[in-house]
Design a protein around this ligand. Structure first.
Ligand SMILES: [Zn+2]
Length: 292
């Protein structure tokens, strides 16, 4: 049985103000969460963000914004995040049902096309090259995670780290596709007797391939590489690919003790350090480094 209770409140002026603040903060929490869901769904990957993921971020949001979000009850905020309307499958109208099926078919098509592309690309790489090096995905995830960023313009706006949170989301979406590709590549390489090597991606976009000078100033923009020491210029992706290839070759020629953990895993020492972050936030290096 569901019972409803009604209470008559006569709040004092201070209480009314506090209630207003509470309502406002819960609204901005809800709106921020809604925006995140929309952005994720508009992304090419059509990612669905669910309650579990968003309530998992609550702790960080509260810790980051103790003066606003941090002062309210955790469970009332969880409730605000769980208020997104949902329509159960059995309540769908015929039109809605038809639309759902159409969308599902489109998703399936995109998924198959993506998989097909991954297979073809991997096959081409394995056919033409004996040795392939790529960024280690796990280390990449750890080194490039953006921290919460305050917004100096709007100190009281919801989720000051919203942009960073979204960058993180987009990156994990991109990494998911990349991970599928790497799995296919590793499988094809193994059956063809080719070598694939994962390398620590740190500094690969900052090190000058000509003189070895490593600095983030070497990368003035996303595309450009311009060494501040020797003046060497190239496309940033070319530089990154070259560095990944060289690191891979070094690793291949290293004594076997140094590469006990091949392929997807990185060394333990790199797992501990999570300090620096490469400048290439959220953008996947499209070129694989390949040695003929
Ligand atoms: Zn240089």
């Amino acid at each position: 049985m569901i019972r409803a209770y009604k209470f008559l409140m006569r709040p004092t002026a201070r209480q009314a103000a506090a209630l207003g603040e509470m309502l406002r903060d819960h609204c901005s929490l809800y709106n921020g969460a809604l925006e995140e869901r929309r952005d994720a769904y508009r992304h090419v990957s059509r990612t669905t963000v669910r309650y579990g993921l968003q309530s998992g971020q609550l702790k960080d949001i509260r810790a980051f914004d103790p003066e606003r979000q941090g002062r309210w009850s955790f469970s009332s905020q969880q409730q605000a995040l769980s208020r997104f309307p949902r329509r159960k499958a059995k309540d769908r109208t015929r039109n809605h049902q038809r639309a759902v099926e159409k969308v599902a078919a489109l998703h399936g098509k995109v998924r198959r096309q993506r998989l097909d592309h991954a297979h073809k690309t991997a096959l081409a790489l394995v056919r033409e090259h004996d040795f392939i090096a790529h960024e280690d995905l796990k280390i990449r995830n750890m080194t490039k995670a953006p921290g919460p960023k305050p917004d100096p313009e709007k100190p009281s706006s919801f989720l000051p780290n919203g942009a960073a949170a979204k960058a993180g989301l987009n990156r994990s979406i991109a990494d998911a596709g990349w991970g599928v590709f790497l799995a296919i590549l590793h499988a094809k390489a193994e059956s063809a007797g080719r070598e694939v090597m994962a390398v620590d991606p740190r500094n690969t976009s900052r090190r000058c391939p000509e003189c070895g000078h490593t600095a983030k100033e070497n990368r003035p923009t996303q595309e450009k590489f311009h060494c501040v020491s020797c003046g060497h210029q190239a496309h940033a992706d070319t530089v990154g690919a070259l560095n990944v290839l060289r690191a891979g070759l070094v690793r291949r020629n290293a004594p076997s003790a140094e590469r006990e953990t091949p392929h997807f895993k990185g060394g333990e020492e790199s797992r501990v350090r999570t300090t620096s972050s490469d400048s290439g936030h959220g953008r996947r290096r499209a070129t694989l480094s390949v040695a003929g």
